[in-house]
Design a binder for this molecule. Structure first.
Ligand SMILES: *[C@@H]1O[C@H](CO)[C@@H](O)[C@H](O)[C@H]1NC(C)=O
Ligand SMILES: *[C@@H]1O[C@H](CO)[C@@H](O)[C@H](O)[C@H]1NC(C)=O
Ligand SMILES: *[C@@H]1O[C@H](CO)[C@@H](O)[C@H](O)[C@H]1NC(C)=O
Ligand SMILES: *[C@@H]1O[C@H](CO)[C@@H](O)[C@H](O)[C@H]1NC(C)=O
Length: 275
């Protein structure tokens, strides 16, 4: 049941992802590796402001200082999906506001976080986290849920999807207050693997390559939305470089984790009923 990383794939990953630091010691490579891939605090590149009447499932995952850490999205009244690498510091989520500076929103404490048991670090896959909220979300005033795929899906090459977030809008920028959205096209895994040798399993590639559009640090955890379904979770880009075209942007493929999600939701529900 455990997801094994073969030595070969780790080696090629290091060579491929961090060419500048191969001469450093292993610990440092691992640490740097994490930093390198983190789309933490990622932002949207060449996007536009998300219309007020859209994307009401977006969540800002925040730390105790009220700083935006990552994106996320609401899949039912109790759970927000985000990325496993967003686990560091979040304490609550904010729903129902495109502009994070505006007051009128639902701010809800995180009760519990479940990271995929096979997640090791960004760049190695399984980058998905379920956030259980401490109280039920009120589905009104600009708060809605988004559906996730019921079964495995195969996206078509060049299919246009959207990614949204409060991440940076340029490589050296800062996260933004207004939710931004951009259209990105799906890239086949074959084309993607040519750019990313050693790419982990269960990912979707879209944007960042063959286009100037994509995500950036601070957009992590946000959804890739195709035909109204959240099909991907923002995971990583290349060396935090959001000056596109670069290498394809990588998302966790939600459809491959549907069973895991259902299982976590079911267990948590039982826990709640027992309380
Ligand atoms: C949080 O979830 C973990 C595993 O999913 C569980 O072991 C733990 O008891 C939960 N903690 C709380 C406070 O519900
Ligand atoms: C994004 O894609 C949708 C669907 O293909 C299209 O209707 C819309 O005009 C596009 N938006 C922009 C800003 O390109
Ligand atoms: C690049 O994008 C164009 C359209 O935007 C598409 O027709 C073409 O197939 C894409 N090429 C690759 C390698 O993804
Ligand atoms: C980012 O990628 C672009 C396109 O590959 C490249 O031109 C640029 O030099 C890169 N920037 C950094 C800081 O690596």
């Amino acid at each position: 049941m455990f997801w094994h990383v073969s030595d070969d794939s780790v080696r090629s990953a290091k060579l491929c992802y961090c060419p500048l630091i191969v001469q450093w010691n292993v610990n440092f490579i691992l640490v740097s590796f994490t930093l390198l891939f983190s789309a933490h605090g990622s932002d949207i590149i060449h996007g536009t402001k998300a219309p007020e009447n859209s994307m009401h499932y977006m969540a800002s995952v925040q730390n105790k200082k009220g700083e935006h850490v990552c994106g996320g999205f609401l899949i039912n009244e109790d759970f927000v999906v985000s990325a496993a690498h967003c686990n560091d510091s979040p304490t609550h989520v904010v729903l129902g506001k495109h502009n994070l500076k505006n007051g009128n929103h639902q701010k809800i404490k995180i009760e519990n976080k479940t990271i995929h048991e096979n997640y090791q670090q960004v760049g190695l896959g399984n980058d998905i986290m379920l956030i259980k909220l401490s109280e039920k979300v009120k589905l009104c005033h600009g708060v809605e849920i988004i559906q996730i795929p019921h079964a495995e899906i195969n996206l078509k090459e060049n299919q246009v999807c959207q990614v949204a977030g409060w991440g940076k809008t340029e490589t050296h920028g800062k996260p933004v207050d207004e939710l931004m959205v951009v259209n990105v096209s799906v890239i086949t895994s074959k084309n993607c693997e040519e750019q990313w040798p050693g790419l982990p399993a269960n990912v979707i590639c879209a944007g960042g390559y063959n286009t100037t559009k994509g995500f950036c640090q601070g957009d992590s955890g946000g959804p890739l939305v195709c035909h109204g379904f959240a099909v991907g979770v923002v995971s990583f880009n290349y060396y935090k470089n959001c000056t596109y075209p670069d290498k394809p942007n990588i998302y966790t493929d939600i459809s491959k984790y549907r069973k895991w999600i259902d299982e976590v939701l079911r267990k948590k529900l039982i826990q709640c009923q027992m309380k």
